[in-house]
Design a protein around this ligand. Structure first.
Ligand code: HGY
Ligand code: MN
Ligand code: MN
Length: 424
């Protein structure tokens, strides 16, 4: 077993090394899926994996795997997350989980080579393609294809705002793979919390129990173009003014729910024709609704659709809303939660059970194999922002916990456990 300090130092050296890829002036990263920067960090990861004696594979939707194949007849425990980021995103979201997995895997390999561990499964570290869903929508693409909840060909044909397809982008960075993906038997992912509960409770490890219910609404407002100077106000059908009301109503709909149980936002909005002296004819926007309970999202959705009707009638225009990217609750198996709690206790780390408000690759994976999701604290609960930060000591503590969980998974601890249930 490598001594803890060498594991810590090797992990921190690698993790800090990743900051260079897509580095932004305010200490963030911009490494959107399939971009040159995404390709650069993947090349770097591939080199580190090969140097650690791993076999590297790339599948047909750009998922990147690094494998320890101790016995070619065995399937693989997966450890992973994602290297892609949001625009002007944080250095930790996703990338931490991949580098933590890479070093946890090396720790487990050292134990296997030293005869301290007899694995009944091989081990795979994975960088899932396009978890973030910034450039290509929806999010959580690569793991959803492996989990069977998204169609491979549809994903490859998905285009970004410049009309470039996933297939073309992957070809450009050399990651349109032809390898057969390994077969998962269990999955574990460590990730920054991106919220503020661990910090609020002064707790070092989060054992994730379930994901929040989430959905998006693709909203199109159709008004009419006119001259911003020559058209009387009564004659205007201003799609952007209507959209502005929708943005504020999306924010206000949470007011009638218990605090911190539901969150809503409009994160993406495009205006047509976007000319300074033309009243906008069309606005396309994405409404993001997430809550602790499915019923809360459904109630908020009903209220918003009623408000959209009122805006339509008053402003003599149309508002179309389409349900999109619906993710049911996923309950992580109790046995996996208890694995995290035991591993944290062994590592002398405080631990609490927590729900994830953000989506992760572990959500689709949780549908096909027993999945363990672990959090480390986020300073100020900030994420998807250059200010995102987690302290080195918390990162290192997480790697140790992940290594302990991985050692139990490769020893078959969850072999008799079903994947997490979706809330019916
Ligand atoms: O959708 C999510 O919550 C994730 O950040 N992609
Ligand atoms: Mn993430
Ligand atoms: Mn993210």
């Amino acid at each position: 077993m490598t001594t803890a300090t060498s594991l810590d130092q090797a992990f921190l050296a690698d993790f800090h090394d990743t900051y260079q890829f897509g580095a932004t002036p305010a200490n963030g990263v911009d490494r959107q899926a399939g971009t040159r920067e995404d390709g650069q960090i993947r090349d770097w990861f591939r080199e580190r994996a090969i140097a650690a004696g791993m076999e590297v594979r790339v599948d047909s939707v750009g998922n990147l795997f690094a494998l320890y194949n101790w016995d070619p007849s065995l399937n693989h425990v997966f450890l992973g997350s994602h290297l892609d980021s949001q625009p002007l995103g944080g250095r930790f979201d996703g990338c931490y989980g991949v580098i933590a997995a890479l070093h946890a895997a090396q720790e487990i390999n050292a134990r296997v080579q030293a005869g301290e561990l007899e694995p009944v499964h091989n081990l795979a570290v994975v960088d899932w393609f396009n978890e973030e869903g910034a450039r290509f929508q929806p999010s959580i693409m690569g793991s959803s294809v492996v989990a069977g909840s998204m169609d491979r060909d549809k994903i490859l044909a998905t285009k970004d705002s410049k009309g470039i397809s996933v297939k073309e982008a992957l070809e450009d960075i050399g990651y349109l793979g032809t390898d057969v993906a390994p077969i998962p038997t269990a999955y574990a992912e460590i990730h920054i919390e991106q919220g503020r509960l661990l910090e609020r409770h002064k707790t070092e490890i989060g054992a994730v129990t379930q994901s929040w219910y989430t959905q998006k609404l693709l909203v199109t407002v159709n008004g009419e173009q006119s001259h911003t100077g020559a058209t009387y106000m009564a004659d205007r059908h201003d799609a952007l003014a209507a959209a502005a009301e929708i943005v504020l109503k999306t924010e206000a709909v949470v007011d009638t729910f218990p605090a911190e149980e539901i969150v809503t936002s409009v994160g993406q909005l495009t205006v047509e024709p976007n000319s300074p002296i033309v009243v906008p004819r069309q606005v396309n926007m994405v409404v993001d609704l997430r809550a602790h309970l499915r019923s809360q999202v459904e109630e908020a959705r009903t209220r918003l659709l009623e408000q959209f009707k009122e805006i339509e009638a008053r402003r003599h225009l149309t508002v179309l809303a389409q349900d999109y990217d619906i993710r049911d609750h996923q309950h992580y198996p109790l046995e996996g939660i208890e694995l995290t709690e035991k591993a944290a206790a062994e590592a002398g780390q405080s631990c609490m059970r927590i729900e994830t408000m953000a989506g992760h690759d572990s959500v689709p994976m949780n549908r096909i194999v027993p999945t363990v999701m672990v959090f480390v604290p986020s300073v100020d609960g900030v994420s998807h922002c250059e200010r995102e930060f987690t302290r080195d000591e918390d990162l290192v503590a997480g790697v140790k916990v992940l290594a302990e969980i991985a050692s139990k998974l490769v020893s078959g601890s969850l072999d008799a456990v079903e994947p997490g249930e979706a809330e019916l």
